[in-house]
Design a protein around this ligand. Structure first.
Ligand code: PMP
Length: 408
């Protein structure tokens, strides 16, 4: 474990982490579902509503200007955080799901012809499958999936072999929400670019755990979610290459996305505002700005180093539990541990460890095809963050052992 990294120091910044559940100290291992919020984020949201609640972009009064500056400030922070190139390339969305749907309807659908293909992988979240199926259904295209091996690793050779001239778009998770695999997205982007195939990367699970450098990755689209990055729910973004944003028609129409409107026609605003119709989640994005400041204060490289150590510790601990099967052993992975214990249903397991204070997720994790790949209906999943500790892993293993003795 990195001696310089003290998770207890950061835990103190998250009020919720000190609460109890079923009279036991909370062990929050459901960070891939949504992460907890530091005091700075809660304060930023509260401060907005208390001190300068106003709509953005349309008011010249002081409150409106203050709200707009704070809200737009998050765009600058996110652009810097992702090494985005320009703030105009950051489109605010309600999360990864909306970001991917925007690309599906606005970019992909007008370009798809019968017989075309969209290439994804077997480890995708439904948010990176279903939107492509919807636009494929409308256009006569099909969605194909590149296979993963038993360790949950995507074979680049197999992926490359599927990149035929029929493929009009590829969409790949940066990090899997179920098995933690961190895909080599820069190498994938290189393969796609060599063939002129646009690549979308689903960065939902990557941003909280590793430094994301969009200039280095070289993809066409990158989708992220704020609530997994310790920010408020209902926030996220789509990053895209400028030429795509300029070429894409708007997805939603309404206020704030136009330059002029008449009954003869509408002239749209420039990106990113062209894609941001209506009043946004102002408080949420102001909170996201605070979350980015917070995470940068901790340091993504330090977070990644610490979580890698914690993952190794947790993996060894889970491997010591009799009858436990761990899904996903990629050499490069985030601290996400999906597992089953022989003879125990994932839901029963999660329910019983909850009584010991441990919050896990159980189910298909919005990844039916991945469950099918491993031949199971569901798994239990522990997903860790930098505020989790070895002591919590130890307590979790004791709770698991109790459940196993009870049920297995
Ligand atoms: N992709 C991945 C890999 C995810 O883990 C999630 C959230 N579980 C999503 C997409 C969807 O994110 P959201 O629901 O925040 O839009």
């Amino acid at each position: 474990m990195s001696p310089a990294f003290d998770p207890l120091r950061y835990r103190a910044d998250f009020p919720l982490l000190s609460r109890r559940v079923h009279d036991k100290p909370l062990i929050y291992f459901d960070n891939a579902n949504t992460a907890q919020k530091p005091r700075a984020v809660i304060a930023a949201v509260e401060e907005y509503y208390r001190d300068y609640n106003a709509n953005v972009a349309r008011a010249v009064h002081s409150l409106g200007e203050q709200a707009t500056a704070a809200y737009e400030g998050t765009r600058d922070k996110l652009a810097a955080f992702l090494n985005a190139g320009g703030r105009d390339q950051i489109v605010f969305t309600s999360g990864t799901t909306q970001a991917i749907n925007l690309v599906a309807y606005s970019f992909a659908l007008p370009r798809l012809q019968p017989g075309d293909e969209i290439l994804v992988t077997q480890m995708e979240h439904h948010a990176n499958i279903v939107p492509w199926q919807l636009v494929a259904g409308r256009s006569g295209a099909t969605v194909r999936a590149a296979p993963i091996d038993d360790d949950g690793v995507l074979s680049l050779d197999r992926f490359e072999a599927l990149l035929s001239s029929r493929v009009k778009l590829a969409a790949v998770a940066h990090v899997s929400n179920v098995i933690g695999t961190a895909n080599p997205v820069a190498a994938i982007a290189k393969l796609c670019r060599a063939r002129g195939i646009p690549l979308l990367v689903d960065g939902s699970q990557a941003c909280p755990h590793q430094r994301v450098d969009l200039q280095a990755i070289g993809c066409d689209f990158y989708a992220m979610t704020g609530h997994k990055l310790f920010g408020p729910t209902g926030t996220g973004a789509l990053w895209a290459r400028r030429e795509h944003l300029q070429a894409m028609p708007p997805f939603f129409g309404g206020g704030e996305m136009i330059r002029t409107v008449s009954f003869d026609g509408t002239v749209f605003a420039d990106p990113p505002h062209k894609f941001e119709a209506g009043t946004p989640n102002i408080a949420g994005f102001i909170g996201l700005g605070a979350a980015i400041d917070y995470v940068q204060g901790v340091g993504l490289d330090r977070i990644q180093a610490y979580e890698t150590e914690l993952l190794a510790y947790a993996t060894a601990a889970l491997d010591s539990v009799p009858g436990l099967r761990l899904f996903g052993r990629a050499p490069h992975k985030a601290a996400v541990l999906s597992f089953l214990i022989e003879g125990v249903h994932a839901h029963d397991l999660a329910t019983l460890v909850d009584h010991e204070g441990v919050a896990l997720r159980s189910g298909h994790h919005c990844a039916h095809p991945l469950m099918q790949r491993f031949g199971v209906p569901a798994t239990a999943r522990a997903s860790l963050a930098f505020y989790n500790t070895r002591d919590e892993v130890d307590a979790f293993i004791i709770a698991l052992d109790k459940v196993r003795r009870l049920l297995a």
